[in-house]
Write a protein that binds this ligand. Structure first.
Ligand code: GLN
Length: 308
């Protein structure tokens, strides 16, 4: 990519700037296991479509990717069932919190988009209906698209979330009452909690998201993963819905399709150019990484590597 040397310099500079500023926000403590993570962890990984890679700080430390996994479940479900998927989940930003129940009543159990919790559960339901061993097959898919063999979910984080998951349990049962969950809610929730507790490093995240940035991407077996039109649509949903009720703000400040998780990770990409992942566990009020947002805003402003 043009100017990789310059990008490396900017990444280093901005890392130092952000690391010296006050680290605001709170770690996600509604999942007890996540509250144990050191809030000062901070890592960044950059990967161009030509495989130029640069990482800094805790870029090789694994963390709970949480909702970032929803891009991967959506991409697999989309690959399997195609456009029929949009009959069961919308593509509009919700403007509400990721775990809100309010719109589902008037929307008859059709979640506004696949990245809010309810929408992600419908996608999990689709995968359970199509995969033989849902969580294992899903992990194999992630290993295949990322070229990383060492990808697992954390049993303790999944259990921790399930034990305190009253709202998610309510969401899943509520959607089931409208008929938009076909399998048993317990089964869907089990898959959902395990999927959210997948652990990856920033380096692994950039490798995993490369298939959405590089139109020439192939897995080791020669698979294209998604066709161009499908990848375009996943990127569009990340752009409009990737940060819940802060999606407009992320678009405004950073200008990249991306996805956040309450583990403090953000994965973002510039189609045709690069992927970037940031991890810093303290979250702002909307549940997005405080430093992650700050870092990416400075990076795309300084390098002019935003899609706008
Ligand atoms: N597992 C989390 C939850 O359901 C995911 C939320 C997130 O990362 N925004 O609450």
């Amino acid at each position: 990519m043009e100017n990789f040397t310059n990008n490396k310099r900017v990444l280093q500079e901005i890392y130092q700037i952000v690391a010296l500023q006050e680290n605001e926000g709170d770690i996600a403590n509604y999942i007890p296991e996540l509250a144990k993570v050191n809030p000062e962890r901070f890592g960044v990984s950059f990967l161009s479509i030509n495989n130029e890679e640069f990482g800094i700080g805790d870029w090789q430390t694994k963390f709970s990717i949480q909702s970032i996994s929803k891009v991967l479940s959506l991409s697999l479900a989309y690959k399997i069932v195609g456009d029929k998927i949009w009959e069961r989940v919308g593509v509009e930003p919700s403007g509400s919190a990721f775990n809100s129940l309010v719109q589902l009543e008037t929307d008859n159990g059709i979640p506004r988009n696949p990245f809010i919790n309810g929408g992600a559960m419908v996608i999990c339901d689709v995968l359970i209906s199509h995969l033989k061993n849902p969580i294992n097959d899903f992990l194999d898919y992630v290993r295949e698209i990322s070229y990383c063999k060492d990808i697992y979910f954390s049993e303790s984080v999944a259990k921790s979330e399930a034990s305190a998951g009253y709202r998610n349990i309510a969401l899943c049962n509520f959607i089931k009452s409208f008929g938009n969950i076909k399998n048993q809610p317990n089964e869907v929730l089990d898959f959902y909690f395990k999927m959210c507790s997948i652990e990856m490093s920033c380096q692994e995240l950039t490798k995993t998201f490369l298939f959405l940035a590089n139109s020439k991407f192939r897995t080791a077996s020669g698979d294209i993963v998604l066709n161009l039109g499908q990848a375009k649509r996943i990127n569009a949903i990340m752009q409009t819905c990737g940060f819940y009720d802060e999606s407009g703000e992320f678009s405004f400040k950073v200008g990249l399709p991306g996805k956040s998780g309450v583990g403090g990770g953000i994965a973002a990409l510039y189609p045709g150019k690069y992927c970037i992942a940031v991890w810093s566990p303290k979250l702002n009020k909307k549940g997005n990484s405080y430093r992650g947002m700050k870092f990416l805003e400075l990076f795309t402003s300084e390098t002019q590597l935003s899609i706008f």
